[in-house]
Design a protein around this ligand. Sequence first.
Ligand SMILES: *[C@@H]1O[C@H](CO)[C@@H](O)[C@H](O)[C@H]1NC(C)=O
Ligand SMILES: *[C@@H]1O[C@H](CO)[C@@H](O)[C@H](O)[C@H]1NC(C)=O
Ligand SMILES: *[C@@H]1O[C@H](CO)[C@@H](O)[C@H](O)[C@H]1NC(C)=O
Ligand SMILES: *[C@@H]1O[C@H](CO)[C@@H](O)[C@H](O)[C@H]1NC(C)=O
Ligand SMILES: *[C@@H]1O[C@H](CO)[C@@H](O)[C@H](O)[C@H]1NC(C)=O
Ligand SMILES: *[C@@H]1O[C@H](CO)[C@@H](O)[C@H](O)[C@H]1NC(C)=O
Ligand SMILES: *[C@@H]1O[C@H](CO)[C@@H](O)[C@H](O)[C@H]1NC(C)=O
Ligand SMILES: *[C@@H]1O[C@H](CO)[C@@H](O)[C@H](O)[C@H]1NC(C)=O
Length: 379
Amino acid sequence: MVGVKVAAALANVIDGAPGCDVPWLIRGSSHCKRANSAVIRPHSVTITEFGAVGDGLTLNTKAFQNAIFYLNSFADKGGAKLFVPAGRWLTGSFDLISHLTLWLDKDAVILGSTNSDDWPVVDPLPSYGQGRELPGGRHRSLIYGHNLTDVVITGDNGTIDGQGSIWWNWFHAKTLKYTRPHLVELMNSSGIVISNLTFINSPFWTVHPVYCSHVIVQNVTIRAPLDSPNTDGIDPDSSDDVCIEDCYISTGDDLIAIKSGWDEYGISYGRPCRNITIHRLVGQTRTSAGIAIGSEMSGGVSEVRAENIQFYNSSTGIRIKTSPGRGGYVRNIYMSNITLTDVKVAIRFTGHYGEHPDEHYDPEALPIIERITIEDVRR
Ligand SMILES: *[C@@H]1O[C@H](CO)[C@@H](O)[C@H](O)[C@H]1NC(C)=O
Ligand SMILES: *[C@@H]1O[C@H](CO)[C@@H](O)[C@H](O)[C@H]1NC(C)=O
Ligand SMILES: *[C@@H]1O[C@H](CO)[C@@H](O)[C@H](O)[C@H]1NC(C)=O
Ligand SMILES: *[C@@H]1O[C@H](CO)[C@@H](O)[C@H](O)[C@H]1NC(C)=O
Ligand SMILES: *[C@@H]1O[C@H](CO)[C@@H](O)[C@H](O)[C@H]1NC(C)=O
Ligand SMILES: *[C@@H]1O[C@H](CO)[C@@H](O)[C@H](O)[C@H]1NC(C)=O
Ligand SMILES: *[C@@H]1O[C@H](CO)[C@@H](O)[C@H](O)[C@H]1NC(C)=O
Ligand SMILES: *[C@@H]1O[C@H](CO)[C@@H](O)[C@H](O)[C@H]1NC(C)=O
């Protein structure tokens, strides 16, 4: 813990009311509250009406873009639904709009193109200053949204497959020019629901809400090979009021990683990650943690609550990771009822994680870690 100010209260409360000594904790419901419950969209189109072909070979980027452009005219009329039927729908990156439901039927698979040109390069995030792995921009996610409100990505357990292995190979061969893309990224958006779907083989982090509020991720399965590089499951980043429940995640990196920007860029952007709730998460990660906070946490992370968690065959259960230069804070964290089966390290704090965007970070910017309660951890 060298280089980090720590005031952690690690408790293992067996008797008594759980969490009774955690003043900020408001006893909440054990279900995510959905503001726009069961949105019914008055208009609906099917992707085939826009010329899409579900043969796994035809590139359908234009069909997705045209369908969504058309549906934009219903945004102020209660919004619309884009229905993706059974089939294998190859596409490059496309943009969502507000008041949209993207609905994937059972046996519908959206496949990410294996041509990196179909994933355009966009600006780095202001809170990171550069791409997370390489200087400059970064490839845009397959499914992307910016400045949106009221977006639902759901279905009858359809699949969004990033076909990430080609990106993992480029990463290992060090031939990438820009940071790898996420599978789904929503930026500066609110009222997001991601539910009832399966996400597989993301090139990089799988679901990335950044600068968002009111995000629900419910009943999703996220899978990537246990040795795939940086395939985090869900990364709430500089976002508030995020609720994640009933998810199964098995990937090559942290299953959930709560973040808020990187070193001097994250400090000056100053947008914390706040009020993050996790219920009933099950999963495994051979190399990383089930729930991580950091290592990028320069905007601060607070009010995280995780309960009824089960990890198996994993390296670490809960991990808080940071470094001198990050600044920021991690405080008011409450985690309870965690079952670990064949997990090497239950709880791990890392104060010298390293990894800086450039040489301009302030080594005196020490993160503050305080009021961490982790109770009822069992094997
Ligand atoms: C998001 O909103 C900001 C501020 O209004 C604007 O500068 C930016 O261009 C918008 N981005 C997109 C992709 O709409
Ligand atoms: C989870 O998703 C599956 C498949 O989409 C569905 O059958 C099931 O009812 C969902 N469960 C909940 C709790 O939403
Ligand atoms: C959804 O499908 C995946 C396989 O594609 C399966 O592993 C998962 O259990 C299913 N989820 C639900 C909730 O039925
Ligand atoms: C987010 O949206 C707000 C207004 O809604 C705008 O002022 C701000 O510039 C946007 N930020 C980004 C990063 O797009
Ligand atoms: C998931 O699917 C189940 C079963 O169809 C449905 O009851 C539930 O409302 C769906 N959940 C969300 C958040 O869409
Ligand atoms: C925390 O977020 C939940 C949504 O996940 C919301 O219902 C609740 O009001 C928020 N709590 C606070 C104190 O803002
Ligand atoms: C603890 O979590 C498990 C699921 O991981 C659940 O079955 C059990 O009911 C929870 N116990 C309490 C006291 O909430
Ligand atoms: C855990 O890993 C071991 C060895 O890799 C394997 O034999 C076992 O089936 C795994 N357990 C589960 C629940 O996947």
